[in-house]
Write a protein that binds this ligand. Structure first.
Ligand code: SF4
Length: 240
């Protein structure tokens, strides 16, 4: 599947000259996942990532191209949690390499939906995540106790990877965290593009006619490699 490859390329280009701390995934590094959300009160918080009006963004891209996601790893651009002293801008970007889904748009959609579920269902201890699926923002309140226990984005990222690796078809996962980086505002446009692609897939599955001349989704298909081919392949299948 190539639908998100353009966004992955743009993301990696934006970050290519930045210094990064890379932690290869090891399950034993994964920060404790509580299995359900925990309330961290403001008075118990060390700081908020993406809090106090700081820009934040969260998006997930799926690909079948292993050159984009060659291994399981957490990449941290900017200060680790132990070095953060107050509210800072924040991004969490997840890149997933999956088995080839071919041209089966329903399989592609179901895989994307399952992966979306994981995006919101990891609950690291002392790390309260609040997401806005509409604006694609993510705020995280980090507890002082968690800082004392040694929480890090590297270990939180490993908790996310562990959860993704439970899903069939997931080959590799990279979780990218950005803290206090000026590129975060620029990356917010990518989250909107990811949403547009997923919504277009939904419309295609709803039986949208293949009339590109009168289709409001044409700007998405003009930009996203593989989308038009996917719709045409689906229509062909319906006719058989
Ligand atoms: S292929 Fe054409 S009809 Fe189908 S979603 Fe894209 S623009 Fe619309």
């Amino acid at each position: 599947m190539k639908l998100y490859d353009g966004i992955i390329r743009q993301t990696l280009d934006t970050l290519q000259n930045k210094s990064v701390q890379k932690t290869p995934y090891r399950p034993e590094l994964a920060w404790k996942d509580l299995g359900s959300s925990e309330l961290v009160m403001l008075r118990d918080a060390a700081f908020e990532l993406g809090g106090d009006g700081q820009p934040s963004v969260n998006y997930t891209c799926v690909t079948t191209d292993d050159t984009f996601v060659p291994d399981d790893a957490v990449l941290v651009y900017g200060p680790e949690l132990s070095a953060v002293k107050g509210d800072v801008s924040f991004a969490r970007i997840t890149l997933l390499e999956t088995d080839d889904l071919g041209e089966d748009e329903e399989a592609a959609y179901n895989t994307i939906r399952d992966l979306e579920f994981v995006r919101y269902h990891v609950f690291p201890e002392g790390y309260m995540v609040r997401v806005s699926s509409e604006s694609n923002q993510e705020q995280v309140r980090v507890a002082k106790t968690a800082i004392r226990k040694g929480i890090s984005l590297a270990r939180v990222g490993c908790a996310y990877i562990r959860k993704y690796r439970e899903l069939p078809g997931v080959r590799h996962v990279r979780v990218l965290f950005l803290t206090a980086q000026e590129e975060i505002a620029a990356l917010r446009g990518n989250a909107k593009k990811v949403d547009d692609i997923t919504k277009t897939l939904t419309h295609i599955l709803d039986g949208l006619p293949t009339d590109c001349g009168h289709c409001s989704l044409k700007p998405v298909c003009d930009e996203v490699e593989g989308m038009r081919e996917m719709h045409m392949a689906q229509k062909k299948k319906e006719r058989i």
